[in-house]
Design a protein around this ligand. Sequence first.
Ligand code: GLP
Length: 259
Amino acid sequence: MRVLICHDAAAAVARAAQILQDTVAARPEAVLGLATGGTMEPLYALLRARIADGALDLRQVTTFNLDEYVGLAADHPQSYAATMRRLLFDTAGIGPDRGHLPDGTASDPVTEARAYEAAITAAGGIDLQVLGIGRNGHIGFNEPTSSLGSRTRVKTLTEDTRRANARFFGAQETAPEFAITMGIGTVLDARACLLLATGPEKARPVAAAVEGPLSAACPASALQLHPDATLVLDPAAAADLRLRDYYQLVHPDGGKARL
Ligand code: GLP
């Protein structure tokens, strides 16, 4: 695992954006795995700015988001489909033909999940999977005890995750109970993984993912198995890492070059 500790959250976001940009520069038709969540909002804001100033062109990429809420249609404002359109797709010129998310209103979510997995394979697999991390160590919506070999499927969300995501919903709405999410095995199939974590709430799950045992109790720890996984952190998210000094020795200030 490549642990890059940047001097603040803005630098971490810029570093993550740079890794994504390098991927697209090397392969303009790259297949990108994308994530949602508050952590991703400044990342997408920076990508929009780079698109606007001509430094980034995503018009040839294909994207697959990690997950979608079951029961939310693509035009529901809190659906991940609508969120992605607002935060990136509309600016990047990524239409529904190339910007994929599971269909949260599919009549048979189990079949939809299998079809989503097949679509990723048919696209040639994911070149770079962007990830956030939940407070309980989840990636996508793979809650603790998800199989480390799991594929795209329907998952029940924990109360903790629903509470954390309730802030995106109105006072009269409740956060959905179920989601279709790529599995941990699906994520591990990506040719490279990039996890961005910022803020003190992520210190514990990041430490468990990087230095804890490989365990379904912390789904993000599965990245320990991945040969090309990069974690980009701000100092708050890195605060509980025992070997923090070592990571900073290997990659001073978040690493200028991707060694
Ligand atoms: C949701 C998403 C995850 C994301 C997590 C953390 O559960 N499904 O992909 O990593 O939230 O979100 P935040 O960045 O808001 O803490």
